[in-house]
Design a protein around this ligand. Structure first.
Ligand code: ADP
Ligand code: MG
Length: 339
């Protein structure tokens, strides 16, 4: 079991930021509206994430850490199956196989919180009472302490934290309704309040992309044929490197896709800036049946069922929105094709 968990962990727990991603997604799943992250030494020393979500029942706490307790590898096929499942139901056991993990949780109507813990060798699955408020804290210490080969692949504390910060920015732009506080070595690095209206959302975007992005941004809000595109497209007038400033979400999930990149770039360069990299925070919503999200949790890939249609929609949506709001930039050659 230990070995299986470590192998599964090797697949997906690549670095501290991958642990953070799994844990924050669990907070989302728990319906949390506030997430607090305490990171020490780039996440190598500690990753502690507290939420105010639904919590875990005392009797389910041990289960959350030991889902594989009874499974055995009897054949290569079994092993491959475990690997291909990736983190489905495996995040906490996998993380606890390569770190010291404790899980403290309290449901809304429980009299107190309960704590279990596990590290590579020992587990304390008999819940102990704890004075934690309703919600959950997952505390991950000494990541890869028992897998030195993997630890060697990590970069400096600073680089590992930069990955975590970039991840929280991406996640924060996918859930404006959730508040995030990120601390590194006891210092507050990000603090995003839950954002209910446009002004508050823009403030959060400014926190991620910088105030200049927001000042000059063109607002996008376009729908046709059941597809909806909203968000902001910016002018490339600031110094931060451009590829950092491309956020594209499909049904709430950040993705990278060539087709999408191509459509955006075409519209952007056509109307606004020839030869410039587009900068944007965009949200595409469409019927989930029209998109396949890659099963591998670490990849940001999707496959659109109607790729051509999605491409043309994006091009049209951006072309029209940009041309309408920046007619001076559009130039005489602007042609709008009917979508
Ligand atoms: P998965 O998310 O795929 O179910 P995980 O290993 O990430 O698997 O989590 C195991 C289980 O622990 C979850 O199904 C959930 O019941 C519980 N859990 C984990 N984190 C939280 C959290 N922050 N709040 C409430 N429940 C949680
Ligand atoms: Mg999970």
């Amino acid at each position: 079991t230990q070995l299986v968990n470590q192998i599964a962990a090797g697949e997906v727990v690549e670095r501290p930021a991958s642990v953070v991603k799994e844990l924050v997604e669990n907070c989302f799943d728990a319906g949390a509206s506030q997430i607090h992250l305490d990171i020490e030494q780039g996440g190598l020393r500690q990753i502690r994430i507290r939420d105010n979500g639904c919590g875990i029942f005392k009797e389910d706490l041990g289960l959350a850490l030991s889902r594989h307790a009874t499974s055995k590898i009897s054949s290569l096929a079994d092993l491959e199956q475990v690997l291909s499942m990736g983190f489905r139901g495996e995040a906490l056991p996998s993380i606890s196989s390569v770190a010291r993990l404790s899980l403290i949780s309290r449901t809304a109507d429980a009299a107190c919180a309960w704590k279990v813990s596990a590290d590579g060798s020992e587990t304390e699955l008999d819940p102990q009472p704890d004075p934690h408020p309703p919600g959950t804290t997952v505390d991950v210490r000494d990541l890869f302490y028992n897998t030195p080969a993997r630890r060697k692949f990590l970069k400096t504390e600073k680089t590992e934290f930069a990955h975590i910060e970039a991840l929280i920015q991406k996640l924060a732009l996918s859930r404006f309704d959730v508040g995030f506080v990120l601390q590194h070595n006891q210092k507050e690095v990000l603090n995003f309040k839950p954002a209910a209206d446009d002004a508050a959302r823009l403030k959060r975007v400014a926190g991620v992309c910088g105030p200049q992005f927001v000042e000059n941004a063109v607002t996008i809000d376009f729908s046709a044929s059941g597809l909806e595109l909203s968000g902001w497209v910016g002018l490339p007038t600031f110094s931060r490197s451009q590829p950092d400033m491309q956020f594209f979400y499909v049904n709430g999930r950040l993705i990278k896709d060539r087709l999408v990149a191509h459509a955006i770039k075409q519209a952007y360069q056509d109307v606004l800036y020839h030869g410039r990299h587009p900068v944007f925070v965009l949200y595409l919503n469409l019927d989930p049946a029209l998109v396949d999200v890659n099963a591998h949790p670490a990849k940001l890939e999707v496959r659109f069922r109607e790729g051509r249609m999605v491409h043309d929609f994006l091009f049209q949506a951006l072309h029209r929105s940009l041309a309408a709001q920046r007619p001076e930039a559009a130039g005489p050659e602007l042609k709008i094709v009917d979508f």
